[in-house]
Design a protein around this ligand. Structure first.
Ligand code: RB5
Length: 149
């Protein structure tokens, strides 16, 4: 599985830690920036990372900003993206099993390094359960396509 990574300055340090961690485990990553702690705007990097999924360059993506909020909101504006902001392993697992989240967001100023890496591992290794959850996820797509007015 190839994973796209993106962050703003608030998430840069954690993004680099996640990148090294995934590469060490033999998981290929595509780094969508940012590339330093210099101040940047999170929507640009949420979008770039989401685009890598939608364009089929990567199967999934992980984004980090200070809280994870701005960058997850930005990624979720891209059609087809289901980005889950997680601060615990249970939510990370559920976001895959029930919501088929194709992106994970973390708060670099909120979640500590070790917990963040556990969340990443759980999220990367959990599969979507399908079944009744598929029906619900399809309804999210319906909302996106304006079919539920
Ligand atoms: C940047 O200071 C900060 O606002 C950003 O990283 C993020 O937390 C926004 O949601």
């Amino acid at each position: 599985m190839k994973i796209a990574l993106g962050s703003d300055h608030g998430g840069f340090e954690l993004k680099e830690i996640i990148k090294a961690h995934l590469e060490e485990k033999g998981i290929e990553v595509v780094d969508c920036g940012t590339n330093s702690s210099e101040s940047v705007d999170y929507p640009e990097f949420g979008y770039k990372t989401a685009k890598a999924i939608i364009d089929g360059v990567c199967e999934r993506g992980i984004v980090v900003c200070g809280t994870g909020i701005g960058i997850s909101i930005s990624a979720n504006k891209v059609k087809g993206i289901r980005c889950a902001l997680c601060g615990d392993c249970y939510s990370a697992r559920m976001s895959r099993e029930h919501n088929n989240a194709n992106m994970l967001a973390l708060g670099g100023r909120v979640t500590g390094r070790d917990l963040a890496l556990e969340i990443v591992d759980v999220w990367c290794h959990t599969e979507f359960q399908g079944g009744r959850h598929e029906r619900r996820v399809n309804k999210i797509s319906d909302i996106e396509g304006n079919n539920m007015i």
